[in-house]
Design a protein around this ligand. Structure first.
Ligand code: GCU
Ligand code: CA
Length: 137
């Protein structure tokens, strides 16, 4: 099962404000990034072993314009991401990315590339497929 990391909870850092004015978020709020190029949201996530992980970002974009961002994992580019309009700020959707993670702690950073900044971001779910096994009797 994935592990959820809340955008408003340290060690995540939100270049903006943690807000609660649009319903439907998980945890205690969401990251409302500053509307500026480079106003990033960074998560720190754990992986049990090195390998490919699926990242699922829960976000809202109450505009009709997609909000693109560079995705960086452990300081290396992991491609670009885009957060399409969801119709309203209280309407949340998910966007999924596949990235390489190291064993142990990893940084996952979304840095917007337009002056509109990021979408509002609620949380990041990380599926490492690590799982656990039960030894046979
Ligand atoms: C509105 C909305 C914010 C959002 C902002 C934006 O102000 O209430 O939650 O972050 O638009 O355009 O980024
Ligand atoms: Ca914003």
């Amino acid at each position: 099962a994935p592990i959820r990391y809340e955008a408003e909870r340290a060690p995540a850092t939100c270049d903006g404000s943690v807000d609660t004015n649009h319903a439907g978020y998980s945890g205690t709020g969401f990251c409302n990034g500053r509307n500026a190029v480079g106003a990033a949201l960074q998560f720190t996530v754990d992986a049990p072993q090195a390998g490919t992980a699926t990242l699922t970002v829960r976000y809202a974009n109450g505009t009709t314009t997609p909000r693109p961002a560079n995705l960086t994992v452990n300081g290396a580019s992991a491609g670009s991401s885009t957060f399409a309009g969801t119709g309203a700020w209280a309407t949340w959707a998910t966007a999924t990315f596949t990235v390489p993670l190291n064993a142990g702690s990893n940084t996952v950073r979304f840095a917007p590339t337009t002056a509109e900044g990021l979408a509002n971001i609620d949380a990041l779910d990380v599926e490492t497929g690590g799982g656990t096994t039960t030894p046979p009797p």
